[in-house]
Ligand binder design. Structure first.
Ligand SMILES: Nc1ncnc2c1ncn2[C@@H]1O[C@H](COP(=O)(O)OP(=O)(O)OP(=O)(O)O)[C@@H](O)[C@H]1O
Length: 313
């Protein structure tokens, strides 16, 4: 199974939200989709589902193009499910009835419903009516409905919304199982550190475009990361410890690319960092939240001297 998007552009009237988006996904991939509120994540899902009109672009599943014709859209919706909106739930029906409905419409396997309920630890409330559910209970139900539909491609918009840490962890584990089942799952999320726990790739939308794709399975450049205050950053800068592409993020974390250092510079810098805040030193690639701070301007200061260098981070 593959999902390929070619040159997708979407506008609401004259307001262009997405421009020339292209990517290809293979089976068994969990893809994080991140961007600030209002950038176009939901619009991207809606456009691929053809819930909204696409100005330009093509959508292929397994190499076959799915156009906006009724026949194609119907067939596309057999292959892709979209995370239900909580407002789409029927207040007078039970959670079990919702899960059964999704199983019947898509997978046709009602017998798996009990298993899904157990896996998502919903036994104690699933037979009650939805009107009695909390936000987190509804969210888990929406996720269970997607699992029951069992389509090869799933779009999870804000799947972690309203979930407590224990349920974030439970849903993350089930997402990993979906990858083992060879699904393609795209997950729009603002829980950036959580994405690092399971995503294969993270897509960053910016300025209407697919600005960057981070492949979390690839070996990525390592950084020294240390918590320092502004005065300490100034000191490091004045004493010429900081190289190009060093970032100082809004959470006070200074990220220094190790690959830019000679062995001698590396040794000296490490000594200096130990002096400043030895306990906080970490060596790792930039995580999704650090890229996010970097891309969307939540950094206090960036020491690189040009856009070219940015792209190499
Ligand atoms: N039906 C619509 N008509 C006009 N503009 C819309 C419509 N839906 C969304 N927009 C606009 O398109 C832009 C992208 O919205 P979208 O909901 O796709 O963002 P998002 O990245 O999913 O945001 P969030 O993180 O808040 O869910 C926003 O500026 C929004 O106001």
């Amino acid at each position: 199974m593959t999902l390929e998007i070619k040159h997708l552009s979407v506008s609401y009237g004259d307001f262009e939200v997405l421009k020339d988006i292209s990517f290809q996904l293979e089976e068994g991939q969990l893809i994080g989709l991140v961007a600030p509120n209002g950038t176009g994540k939901t619009t991207l899902f809606n456009a691929i589902m053809r819930f909204i009109q696409v100005k330009e672009g093509q959508i292929f599943v397994d190499g076959k193009e799915y156009t906006a014709s009724d026949k194609d859209v119907l067939a596309l919706h057999q292959k892709i499910t979209f995370f239900p909106d909580q407002s789409d739930l029927f207040e007078n029906f039970s959670g079990r009835e919702h899960i059964e409905m999704y199983a019947e419409i898509w997978s046709g396997r009602r017998e798996e419903v009990d298993q899904i309920i157990t896996r998502l630890q919903m036994e104690d409330y699933v037979d009650r009516k939805v009107q009695e559910y909390s936000l987190g209970m509804r969210q888990r139900l929406c996720f269970a409905m997607m699992v029951a539909a069992d389509t090869p491609i799933m779009f999870m918009d804000e799947v972690m919304n309203g979930l407590d840490p224990e349920n974030v962890s439970l849903v993350s584990d089930v997402l990993i199982e979906l990858r083992q089942d060879k699904k393609i799952v795209m997950i729009a999320s603002h829980l950036l550190d959580n994405l690092d726990e399971y995503a294969d790739k993270v897509f960053f939308l910016k300025d209407k475009e697919l600005h960057r794709i981070n492949d979390l399975n690839e070996e990525r450049p390592l950084f020294y990361k240390i918590i320092v205050n502004d005065a300490q950053v100034k000191q490091l800068e004045n004493e010429d410890y900081l190289t190009e592409n060093t970032l100082h993020l809004s959470n006070q974390v200074l990220c220094i690319p190790i690959a830019d250092l000679t062995p001698e510079q590396d040794r000296k810098l490490y000594e200096k960092l130990r002096e400043l805040n030895a306990e906080s030193i970490e060596i790792s690639p930039l995580g999704t939240s650090e890229y996010y701070s970097y891309l969307y301007g939540l950094r206090i200061y960036s020491f690189d001297r040009g856009q070219e260098a940015h792209e190499e981070v």
